[in-house]
Design a protein around this ligand. Structure first.
Ligand code: FMN
Length: 414
């Protein structure tokens, strides 16, 4: 089974007349929300989605097209994971934000979104041990631990082969401030590029998650052991970034319940989730973005679980964004019941640039094509998903590269 195949809504459908979309809507998802200084006109947020199309780590004109397609007045977009230093990448053609050239290249992307009246946050990321020497110029990736990811393999930087994850080296406590500072500098660069704020990537087995999760963090210093200690690196990053750009421009993404990416799981995810909220409350950041406990990455099936985001919701003092397996119906329920302020959409937004209009019209959705999630084509599977009223043009042959990678991605279960 592929990523998201349990969804039944599966056609590239046309709606004859997009003008039938009503101007106003009573849908909870389409109600306004004041997110700190940002006046949002609806609650449908673009998820951070690695699309592997920023050649050489530099944002490209086609990236600007992709984001602008998904921008709506008063909407919020979060960029794909964006590297904070040369060896922070673990995906081919992942963009960065540590050089002047990258900052300049992000500017048209941001402008395209702002021109449409939307807001955009840059997800700043360090992959830690989710890496390979092809990304780190031969050096050992850094982590909270010396133990590598062993349950799966990684796509190497050239994008055409799989390899074992490289064995990382654990950061010493003395080195940690340098890494905190990389996040701070990246946040400063993001603001220089015009971003409205940053989202600190503390989810999905990236470096910060490698400190948070008990199955990875085997440290005996004050960054390991107790759940409070495991949250320390995240706290330091948030404090440093917030002091640099203002806490009302800082969001944090975490996935305490996700246990099927990069061997990162927690023995007590519910307590970890609540501790994260407590740790962050000290700084009053803009939002906390949490992946749902019911969301299972590799199987894509919603798992039956007693856990929910309610304890985090009650504990956290800022806005809460929920992610993971949402559709129009359960997204509306989450907002209506007050479980989340905003709802993030990944695969559906990837495949439906006009997702907000489709929700408004209750129109059918385009199905996403998993084979082109991470392929480098600047158009196919990227900016060619049809809007309401359009039909996807058949371009025989153009998906060959995607098909080639499909098998590899199946093995990776990403
Ligand atoms: C193609 C793809 C790329 C992704 N890249 C990122 C990323 O860069 N950063 C991140 O935090 N999550 C990433 N995710 C996870 C999504 O943000 C989201 O949590 C996940 O797709 C579940 O939401 P959905 O059910 O709405 O798709 C990615 C997911 C997909 C499918």
């Amino acid at each position: 089974m592929g990523y998201g195949d349990h969804f039944t809504d599966a056609s590239n459908t046309t709606v004859e007349d997009a003008d039938v979309v009503p101007e106003t809507s009573k849908l909870p998802l389409l109600s306004p929300f004041q997110l700190g200084p940002f006046k949002l006109q609806h609650r449908v947020v673009l998820a951070p989605l690695t699309r592997a199309r920023s050649f050489g780590g530099i944002p490209q004109p086609h990236n600007a097209v992709y984001y602008a397609q998904r921008a709506t007045p008063g909407g919020l977009l979060i960029t794909e994971g964006t590297g904070i230093v040369a060896d922070a990448d673990g995906f081919p053609n992942m963009p960065g934000i540590w050089t002047k050239e990258q900052v300049e290249a992000w500017k048209p992307v941001v402008k395209g979104v702002h021109d449409k009246g939307a807001f955009i946050f840059c997800q700043i990321a360090h992959v830690g041990r989710y890496s390979h020497t092809s990304y780190t110029k031969g050096a050992a990736p850094v982590s909270s631990t010396n133990r590598p990811i062993t349950s799966t393999q990684i796509l190497v930087a050239s994008g055409d082969a799989l390899a074992d994850f490289t064995t990382p080296r654990a950061l010493t406590a003395d080195e940690i401030p340098q890494f905190v500072d990389l996040f701070r500098a990246a946040a400063r660069n993001a603001i220089s590029a015009g971003f409205d704020g940053v989202e600190i990537h503390g989810a999905n087995s990236m470096l910060i998650d490698q400190f948070l999760k008990s199955s990875v963090n085997d440290r005996t210093d004050h960054y390991g052991g107790s759940v409070e200690n495991r949250c320390r690196f995240l706290e330091e990053v948030v404090e440093s970034v917030g002091n640099e750009i203002g806490f009302d421009r800082v969001g944090i993404r975490v996935s305490p319940f996700v246990d099927d990416i990069g061997d990162a799981s927690d023995s007590d995810p519910a307590s970890l989730a609540v501790q994260i909220a407590k740790s962050l409350n000290k700084f009053r950041p803009l939002y906390l973005h949490v992946v749902e406990p019911r969301f299972h990455f590799s199987s894509e099936q919603h798992r039956a679980t007693e856990d929910s985001l309610w304890p985090v919701r009650r504990e956290f003092k800022g806005a809460l964004i929920a992610a993971g397996g949402f559709n129009r119906e359960n997204g509306n329920d989450a907002v209506k019941e007050g479980r989340a302020d905003l709802v993030v959409y990944g695969r559906w937004f990837l495949a439906n640039p006009d997702l907000v209009a489709r929700f408004q019209a209750d129109a059918p959705l385009n199905m996403y094509d998993r084979s082109t999630f991470y392929t480098p084509d600047p158009v196919v599977g990227y900016t060619d998903y049809p809007f309401l009223g359009e039909k996807l043009q058949e371009k025989p042959g153009e998906k060959k590269l995607g098909e080639k990678l499909e098998e590899k991605l199946d093995e990776l279960k990403v």
